[in-house]
Ligand binder design. Structure first.
Ligand SMILES: [Zn+2]
Length: 202
């Protein structure tokens, strides 16, 4: 016999569709939402609808926005000559929280993956090239993850910029040994990338 009524079971199965949420967590969350006395269920339902209706992609950088341009592209104090290319909107959030970058972004919404059947036209790469051709961007920092796809996408962007003879410098974010990390605990990919992106000190 199933202990839960159908609508509750439905909520549990919907919550299970979220990343990292299994049966146990979904059940706990559903029961919590149900028992909450401060109208969490109503607030959640409202927020979900508002997010669906108002959030769109920035017309310049394809970051998430609630206006035609995102808050970063609208900020006149940002350096519009530098564009940092990232895979997902969450990468913008991560870089912004470091407070170390004052330029603009370009969100690809994916990476080139020949194995996964994702080509350059399937992500916001033509949009990036169009943007570089039309604007006065002088440097592109490619901040894709140091994975096979991230590296492949970086090399593809570099080649396109060279082919089109754009006057744009391309750089890659450094990756490798993290602060406080020990070499003996690093995996091979991390160590290889740490060596590849070593920096000169004199
Ligand atoms: Zn934007």
């Amino acid at each position: 016999m199933d202990p839960y009524p159908k609508p509750l079971k439905q909520l549990i199965s919907q919550l299970k569709r979220l990343p990292g949420v299994g049966e146990k967590t979904a059940t706990r969350l559903a029961l919590f939402i149900l028992a909450d006395r401060d109208n969490l269920a109503g607030d959640l339902a409202g927020s979900l609808t508002t997010v669906r209706e108002t959030i769109r992609l920035c017309s310049v950088c394809y970051n998430l926005a609630d206006m035609p341009k995102c808050s970063i592209c609208r900020d006149p104090s940002r350096d519009s000559s530098t564009v940092c290319v990232v895979e997902e909107p969450s990468d913008v959030l991560a870089l912004e929280s470091a407070h170390a970058y004052k330029g603009l972004y370009h969100v690809l919404h994916g990476l080139i993956s020949p194995m996964g059947g994702i080509g350059p036209e399937d992500i916001k790469l033509p949009e990036l090239m169009d943007r570089l051709t039309r604007s006065s961007v002088s440097e592109v920092i490619v901040a894709t993850n140091p994975s096979v796809e991230g590296e492949g996408t970086f090399h593809y962007i570099t080649r396109l910029i060279e082919e089109k003879k754009l006057n744009v410098r391309v750089s890659r974010i450094a990756s490798g040994v993290p602060m406080g990390g020990e070499l003996k605990y690093m995996d091979q990919v991390t160590l290889a990338s740490a060596l590849r992106y070593r920096r000169n000190v004199k």
